[in-house]
Design a protein around this ligand. Sequence first.
Ligand SMILES: C[S@@+](CC[C@H](N)C(=O)[O-])C[C@H]1O[C@@H](n2cnc3c(N)ncnc32)[C@H](O)[C@@H]1O
Ligand code: SF4
Length: 344
Amino acid sequence: METIMLVNEKQQQETQEPNLIYVDEKTGIPLIGLIHIGVIDRGSNLLQIRTSTVCNMNCIFCSTDAGVYSKQHKKNFLVDPEYVTKYIKEMVQLKQCDNIEINVDSVGEPSAYPYLQRLLENMKTIPEVKTVSMQTNGTLVTKEKIQAWEQAGLRRLNWSLHSLDPEKAKYLFGNHAYNLTRVEEMLKEVINSKIELNLTPVYLPGINDEEMIKIIQLAKKLNCRLSIQKYETYKYSRKENDAERLSWFKFYRQLEEWEKQFSIKLKCGPHDFNITRTKKIPLVFRKGDIIYADIKAPGWFPKEMVAASQNRAITIVDAKGNVGDRVKVKILSAENSIYLAKQL
Ligand SMILES: C[S@@+](CC[C@H](N)C(=O)[O-])C[C@H]1O[C@@H](n2cnc3c(N)ncnc32)[C@H](O)[C@@H]1O
Ligand code: SF4
């Protein structure tokens, strides 16, 4: 819990805790170009906003290997709310779209961000932002926060609920402190607010099949949205070895079976959330470009460094330089406004 204490107590930022990197204007780290913090454009009217890498849970299947027991991530990042707002405005201008959805997302837990309320309030000042949504594991939600978020204009909560069995929920969240009773109380509070509830369980075949059925029944009872997610594994994600990896075909076939069995819509796509394709923002660098960049901070993964060039952040993999060095790099990939490079 050490890291959570860190972000919950503002004065700890001033203590120069070496494993927490506070990113503001002074750091010179641009907030477009990184996967773990900043603003991400994947070519739709939805922009992902990532303001902190911290998570209070340790899901056994976590795609980002978040939490205090993370094997990969020894550093956490926390972004200044005014600084990220500046980049959201820049991104919105580049998008030339007047129907933007801001999705407060994270490689950790968005509701653990200590300046969340400020960020939400800031979004109200951007006329092109028509919708604000947020992902959450739900464990830090309180009645007061729901009221405050509602007043700040939060439209939708995408709520990760993976089991309605208390012990299985603790197991899946990798944390004995996961309190299902409390989570269920807060779900009811959301239902009674203006914020739309979208339950987003991850289906791990062989592990939480029965739980999916209970969650379907709960969604029907609460009359809320339900977007069951397919369990995915990645090189650095945590894995539940006893869970079957389904193909997309088998996953959708299972959703269809449940749709028929429970008379509920489960197959949903971007159009169900008014997400439309838009032009991507122009790339500043292309794959193969050789450029000079200034190293500004350690990276999210060990051996990585975060560098800056032309108002874009670049992750240097297998970096050899130190903070303050100007290095020559080759762009390895430039996709979805995210830049990866290797040092030459
Ligand atoms: C990395 S989490 C961050 C947001 C928040 N901490 C949460 O869990 O909702 C983003 C989303 O990915 C889902 N997720 C995590 N690991 C996954 C995996 N291995 N496969 C599919 N979805 C996953 C989570 O349930 C959540 O909906
Ligand atoms: S899935 Fe979300 S709640 Fe679970 S460990 Fe990962 S970031 Fe945290």
